[in-house]
Ligand binder design. Sequence first.
Ligand SMILES: *Cc1c(COP(=O)(O)O)cnc(C)c1O
Length: 395
Amino acid sequence: MSTTLSIHKPVRDKEKFLIFGSPLIGEGEIEEVVASLTSGWLGTGPKVARFEDEFRAYKGAPHAAAVNSCTAALHLSLLAAGLKPGDEVLTTAMTFCATVNAIIHAGATPVIVDVDPKTMNMDPERARAKIGPRTKAILPVHFAGRPCDMDALCGLAERHGLALIEDCAHAIETEYKGRKAGTFGDFGCFSFYVTKNIVTGEGGMVLARKPEDNARIKTLALHGMSQDAWKRFSDEGYKHYQVVEPGFKYNMMDLQAAIGIHQLKRIDACWEARRRIWALYNEAFAGLPLGLPAPVEPDTRHAYHLYTILVDEARTGVSRDEFLRRMNAENIGVGVHYLAIPEHPYYRKTYGWMPESYPHATRVGRQSVSLPISAKLTEQDAADVVAAVKKALGA
Ligand SMILES: *Cc1c(COP(=O)(O)O)cnc(C)c1O
């Protein structure tokens, strides 16, 4: 019996595997990190203060508190919102698990809301239907960098006296009707994780509206010690600190801020680079049997954090998971953002959430594929992604 060996020639060579979400790191970051190392001040210090100030200025916010992740930012914001056990917090069924876990760790009860199938953001009408006597806060996520319907959500928060906490992990550059994401509510929480639009390795930021919330978050982020305790070893002489409540170890390091300061300087250029890739993908995929991101709504700014396509097996003849496997075989890194929250066993078991009760989030989670859209991508990289998508679809 003779066999024909078909040699698979991938779109990219194995050694050139396109890593999903690989960050663009410049000389500025490298020199600043080395300078921090040489100075001997690695931990929380003047560079964190500078990064807070520059980020605050970029967002036009009154206060900023740097922390070591967006998860920490969410946790501290929920604590500062004064939630008590039994209080309910509305959030979206289409988010990263950290959003929901932060609510649980703050001692409150998460209540998830299905998304609008076009925007993939929390559906305000469905959110309204879930508001009850125990609802104390609402925690929307600007999914992929597309702003939520903030007129509707702010209206809900106001009418029902709810704290508003924005998960802006995807939404550093996002704007809605001229206003920046993270400045609508009581707290805006940002991530500088390695795949996000600004990276510090691990890192996060809280923009609190009220000065007392900002102060509480800074205290809680460093063991509950009285403020500016990080200066206790400075050349101003040893200073005693006082613990005013049991806090956490959520402070950002100067080593991380050193990276962030230079990332922030390039934010607009990187946004523009991602916007171009977004437009290139839209054009290249227009005739394919894929679900593409909805157009950017008028009077908004999309952060272009994720470019997600929907692979519906009924239309493509290829399952989502097979599509993921094929992209990987072409040496293109892809992601899934996200399996809907009720797909995870812990939440199903603990809260009784069923995927079929959140049909839009569940369908998105089962069909979604995130393609690389980092500012680091060259034109050739983007062309390789397009070629691999077409090949994976058998088009
Ligand atoms: C990444 C992410 C987080 C968590 O951010 P970390 O900085 O990794 O803690 C929270 N919410 C969403 C929507 C995210 O994408």
